[in-house]
Design a protein around this ligand. Structure first.
Ligand code: PGA
Length: 261
């Protein structure tokens, strides 16, 4: 059975540590009941909540697939970088995964493909699994295709195939990201499948077909308990990166159930 990932990206939520603790506790309790092990659940809270989330997750048995991720990380290993967080700090906090290149960081904070490439190198060096996000910034036919090609080739620069195999790729139609709005329209499974095939082709050109076939590609952008099945079964994605719906434990756990079917 193929392994699937359900990754909750809490973004800049919730507002208080108590709420973060409750959310992590509700999710952990729900996961405890899960028998199926083909789904790896990852929760990516803001940095200030890592330790409370870790505390809640430690109540779940080790055999249960729930892990913690960070939403970002700096590419330098140590030094005078005000406001940044290092890979060893994250490792020390119990982080196993890190989101790199999220469209909100590319768009609002000016992260470039070059910075993202450095982050991927550093994460892999520190054995933190990168969740590498790509997606076109606007609907622009050939322009969108070119943008994704560049995000992949520049983002993966000088990474060996043995390193790229450690990455989880996330494709997001950037216009489908909800910003927390539950009524936001997502993409159709057909659109998503088309992009999956296209990304695999680029990876086959950059590396080889075997690598392209083996790396997980998950989908982000307004996924929820009602539409995630289409992304997994019809679009053949290897899971989902979930923003808004990951802040509602019940909805998020329903998504885990759909994937575990
Ligand atoms: P969304 O966010 O599920 O709220 O659209 C997804 C993401 O940006 O990670």
């Amino acid at each position: 059975m193929k392994k699937l990932y359900l990754i909750g990206n809490w973004k800049m939520n919730p507002a208080t540590q108590e709420e973060a603790q409750k959310l992590a506790s509700d999710i952990s309790r729900g996961i405890k009941k899960l028998k199926d092990k083909n789904v790896e659940v990852v929760v990516c809270p803001p940095f200030t909540y890592l330790s409370v989330v870790k505390g809640q997750m430690s109540k779940v048995a080790k055999s249960q697939a729930i892990s913690m991720g960070a939403q970002d990380m700096y590419f330098e290993e140590f030094g005078a970088y005000t406001g940044e967080i290092s890979p060893s700090m994250l490792r020390n906090a119990g982080v196993k995964y890190v989101i790199v290149g999220h469209s909100e960081r590319r768009g609002f904070l000016g992260e470039t493909n070059e910075m993202i490439n450095k982050k991927l190198h550093t994460a892999i060096k520190y054995k933190i699994v990168p969740i590498f996000a790509i997606g076109e910034s606007k609907k622009d036919g050939e322009g969108s295709i070119q943008e994704i090609r560049t995000q992949l080739s520049d983002g993966l620069k000088n990474l060996k195939s043995s390193e790229v195999k450690k990455i989880i790729f996330v494709y997001e139609h950037v216009w489908a990201i909800s910003g927390g709005d539950k009524t936001h329209k997502s993409a159709s499974p057909n659109d998503v499948l088309g992009m999956r095939i296209f990304i695999k082709k680029i990876l086959a050109n950059l590396y080889n077909r075997r690598l392209a076939e083996s790396v997980p590609i998950i989908y982000g952008g307004s996924s929820n308990a009602s539409n995630v099945e289409g992304f997994i079964r019809q679009a053949e994605m290897d899971g989902a990166l979930v923003g808004g719906a990951s802040l509602d434990a019940e909805e998020f756990l329903k998504m885990v159930e759909v994937l575990a079917k």
